[in-house]
Ligand binder design. Structure first.
Ligand SMILES: [Zn+2]
Length: 98
């Protein structure tokens, strides 16, 4: 039987707590027992989520919330000369003869 250790997970980031083998935990000298409180996989998930959350919080503080979409590239169709739009629409389906 390998020694199992509790991975505490993170309710905040939807990481479920579970038991994992001790060797699945990263070494963290700052912890009392020298091991992380999350297994390596979840530690990576946790720190990634934490970074994203921090970046999102920072972005939200500096830009309007609805400014998330990048500016659209110019559509060439909208930049054609407007004179054409006034021509009568051909009804015979031969509109390609321009
Ligand atoms: Zn885990």
């Amino acid at each position: 039987m390998p020694d199992l250790r509790r991975c505490i997970g993170s309710a905040r980031f939807g990481i479920e707590a579970h038991e994992a083998p001790v060797e699945d935990f990263p070494v963290q000298p700052s912890q009392k027992d020298g091991l992380g409180r999350l297994c390596k996989t979840h530690w990576n998930q946790y720190t990634t989520a934490l970074r994203k959350a921090a970046a999102a919080a920072k972005a939200e503080a500096t830009t309007p919330a609805d400014d998330a979409t990048p500016p659209q590239p110019a559509d060439p169709k909208t930049q054609r000369p407007k004179g054409k739009a006034l021509e009568p629409v051909a009804e015979s389906g031969e509109a390609t003869a321009q």
